[in-house]
Structure formats: structure tokens, C-alpha cells
Design a protein around this ligand. Structure first.
Ligand code: SF4
Ligand code: SF4
Length: 404
């Protein structure tokens, strides 16, 4: 999949029918995802087009449903994200590469021998039964990861399974699944790991990291780590103990709640308490039916999913917090409000108590205080035009023959 030559990406875009305008628009949204100004779009485009060849990449799979691969590959027509990822010099991609058998496995050895590559790791690291819970071509998955990561310039852990074990880590975790960073700590491997949780990963975040590596750091991983703004999230793995995870701040530095279009309803105390209710039809806040947006830190509402078509809350589902850590155990049952929730680094854990029809209860009050604080700090504006929204809601409902 390697593409040589100065204008390889440009040629690829032309062949696939992607206009320059679409490409620049896309680069603008990558800038936004990275927390840069959209005026950086031409520079991002130039960085991508000017790269004679991106870094060689090994895409390895651990214990996974391959949902992250699906998230990238399953588009109805090639969009810019898939083209940019196609442009990566991907030497090994277990799920979708044409090569098989010994020939395929040789690609890993050759890439490691050449050096200067990155590893993208999807799925959890299966450590159970001395690593025998996952064998690829007769080799333990744990060994494949260690060998590849030891010589890599960087590892990108994509999806929550790679970040902290994800679904597979859910109690009782008989396969003793864990995340990439926890495993590399255990092995004493110090290669930098970029963590991109959620289930599955948003492909645009991978593209954003590749752009960051090219644009900001000119392919120098040490500069990439130094110049990128990071947040550190910590958790305790049941088998390997305390783990610190590096995540790009532009993507994981703000809560879903802060950017949610239903936030105005939250602050007005307008909640959905039952699916199928008129409140649900009116697009009210989903907090009381289990939304984990307040304690989940990703930019899902900004970047959105499926070629920016929509995202969970916009599609009517509470955020189940798949961008959090140990999210399966912590957040289930998914459609129930939690008894104890994390309110971000500054506020720590709070007990929600009961949230009434109007905003009441400790958590809701704390959330509102958090909102007011953000407003005072100039981080949020006046919020959505509530009266207009309500009028629109009533009209829409009346049209459908529902309650007014
Ligand atoms: S609780 Fe959920 S639905 Fe409600 S405003 Fe926050 S993120 Fe949006
Ligand atoms: S909105 Fe929540 S549940 Fe949906 S992908 Fe983002 S973090 Fe996961």
C-alpha cells in the first residue's frame, strides 16, 4: 500500500474523485479535531501532500472484534479519511491485507529489521494462560506486540480494548486481557504510546495523529511527543497495577457534556426519564436515562461519526462512556444513571442523589455550577436559544399529533 512520489496523495485523491475543495474542508476539520484554528487547513494539506512517503506501519490485532478496522474500512464510498489512511505505508494489516501465511508474517520481520516504523494496535493484549489465549501464526500475541513495539518509533493504541482492555477486560476477564501500555510497562518497553479510546476508534483521530506527526514534528517522534499537548489519564489494572496513559488533549481534553447540543435542556432541568416518552421526542437531556457525557472526555460531538453524519446523543442514545477507562465495569448498566460519577479532574467524584424534574440533586447542581464556571471563564457561550428550540419542539410535536 505504499505510495512513492511527491504528489502521490494528490494523484490518489484525483483518481478517487475527491475535489481539492473537499480535501481542504477535511483538513480544516482535522485542524479543529486537534484544537488548531481551521485556517491551518492549507498547511495541513501541504504537509500531507508534500510527504514523499508516510512512515511504514504495522497494524496488529490483539483480542478484538475488528470493529476499529470496520470503523475505518466500512464506508460506502472512499472518503478522504480512508484515502489518507490508505496512503500510510501499511506493511501488515492482518484483517484486510491480501497477503497470507508465511509471506504475511515475513512482512512484520522485514519492517522491524528496517526500523523507523509505527505500530497501530487494535484489540486487547491477551495475557491469560501465559499468553496462549491468543496465538497468531503459532506465535503468542503478547510476543508479537513486544517485538514490534520494542523497535517502533511509536505505538498508537486504537480503540478502548487496546487502551485498557476494553470489553475484553470486563470482569471476570478469564483471558486476562489488558491494554497496550500496561503490557509494555510490564515488559519494560519505553516506546511512547498514544492512546485513542472509544469503541470503536474514530478513524479521524488516527488521521489527526498522523497529521500531527507530519506537520508538527516532521516525522520526528520525540518532537511529536514534546510538541503535542497531552492529557494523562490514570487507572489501575487488576493484574498490572497503576497505569498512566497519554492522550492528545485536542481530542480528549474536553467533556462530551461541554459540547453537547442538549446541554441547554440539562441546565433547564428538562430530562428524558423514559424512552418512548414525549420528552424523548422533544430531544431533552438524556442524563436520567444513563448518559455518561458529563464524565466522558472525548470530542465526539465535534468530530462526530460516520463521515460526520451524527453521533450517539444526536442519534438519540445516551453516551455510554466508551471513551472512559474500564468503562464496561464502571458504566454498566449503560442506560441507568450512575450512583457515583466522575465530574472531571477538578471536581472529583460526586454523589448525584436524586435529580428532580427541575434541576436538583448534588450532581446536577455541581454540573450546573461547572457549566456556570465555564461560562464565566468564557469557555461556553450563552448556550442554545432555548425558547426558539422549545417553540420548534412544540410545533414539531403538534405536527406529529403528540402532546403540546
Ligand atoms: S447529560 Fe448527556 S445528553 Fe445531557 S447534556 Fe450532558 S452529554 Fe448531553
Ligand atoms: S458519544 Fe460516548 S458512547 Fe458515543 S462514541 Fe463517544 S464516548 Fe462512546
Amino acid at each position: 500500500m505504499a505510495h512513492e512520489g511527491h504528489n502521490a496523495l494528490h494523484d490518489l485523491l484525483t483518481v478517487r474523485g475527491v475535489t481539492r475543495r473537499d480535501f481542504l474542508k477535511y483538513c480544516g476539520s482535522i485542524a479543529a479535531a486537534l484544537g488548531m484554528s481551521e485556517t491551518m487547513a492549507p498547511q495541513i494539506a501541504a504537509a500531507l501532500e508534500g510527504a514523499p512517503k508516510l512512515m511504514p506501519t504495522l497494524w496488529l490485532n490483539g483480542g478484538s472484534c475488528t470493529g476499529c478496522t470496520e470503523s475505518i474500512a466500512q464506508v460506502d464510498s472512499p472518503d478522504v479519511a480512508t484515502i489518507v489512511l490508505d496512503y500510510l505505508s501499511t506493511n501488515y494489516f492482518e484483517t484486510i491485507m491480501a497477503a497470507a501465511g508465511e509471506q504475511a508474517e515475513k512482512q512484520i520481520e522485514e519492517t522491524i529489521a528496517e526500523g523507523g516504523y509505527i505500530v497501530i494496535y487494535e484489540g486487547s493484549v491477551m495475557t491469560g494462560q501465559d499468553g496462549n489465549t491468543l496465538l497468531v501464526a503459532g506465535k503468542k500475541g503478547t510476543e508479537i506486540l513486544s517485538e514490534a513495539a520494542r523497535g517502533a518509533a511509536a505505538v498508537i493504541a486504537v480503540g478502548s480494548c487496546a487502551v485498557d482492555g476494553g470489553w475484553v477486560y470486563g470482569y471476570p476477564n478469564p483471558a486476562e486481557a489488558t491494554g497496550v501500555q500496561a503490557w509494555l510497562n510490564h515488559e519494560g518497553i519505553t516506546t511512547p504510546v498514544v492512546n485513542l479510546p472509544t469503541c470503536p476508534v474514530n478513524p479521524e483521530w488516527i488521521v489527526a495523529m498522523v497529521v500531527q506527526l507530519l506537520l508538527v514534528a516532521d516525522r520526528d517522534v520525540a518532537a511529536f511527543v514534546e510538541k503535542t499537548e497531552w492529557v494523562t489519564r490514570s487507572y489501575t489494572d487488576r493484574k498490572y497495577g497503576a497505569v498512566d496513559l497519554l492522550m492528545p488533549k485536542g481530542i480528549f481534553g474536553q467533556s462530551i457534556h461541554d459540547n453537547c447540543p442538549r446541554r441547554g435542556h440539562f441546565e433547564n432541568g428538562e430530562f428524558v426519564t423514559e424512552f418512548g416518552s414525549k420528552e424523548e421526542a422533544m430531544g431533552y437531556c438524556l442524563y436520567k436515562v444513563g448518559c455518561k457525557g458529563p464524565q466522558t472526555f472525548t470530542n465526539c460531538p465535534v468530530v462526530r461519526w460516520n463521515r460526520r453524519t451524527s453521533w450517539c446523543v444526536e442519534a438519540g442514545s445516551p453516551c455510554i462512556g466508551c471513551g472512559g477507562l474500564n468503562w464496561v465495569d464502571n458504566n454498566s448498566p449503560f442506560f441507568h444513571r450512575l450512583a457515583d460519577m466522575q465530574m472531571g479532574d477538578a471536581l472529583g467524584n460526586v454523589q448525584p442523589g436524586s435529580v428532580g424534574a427541575v434541576v436538583g440533586g448534588v450532581a446536577a447542581a455541581a454540573l450546573v455550577a461547572h457549566g456556570l464556571g465555564m461560562k464565566a471563564a468564557g469557555r461556553v457561550g450563552d448556550g442554545p436559544p432555548m425558547e426558539e428550540m422549545k417553540k420548534y419542539d412544540r410545533k414539531r410535536l403538534a405536527k406529529k399529533g403528540g402532546d403540546k
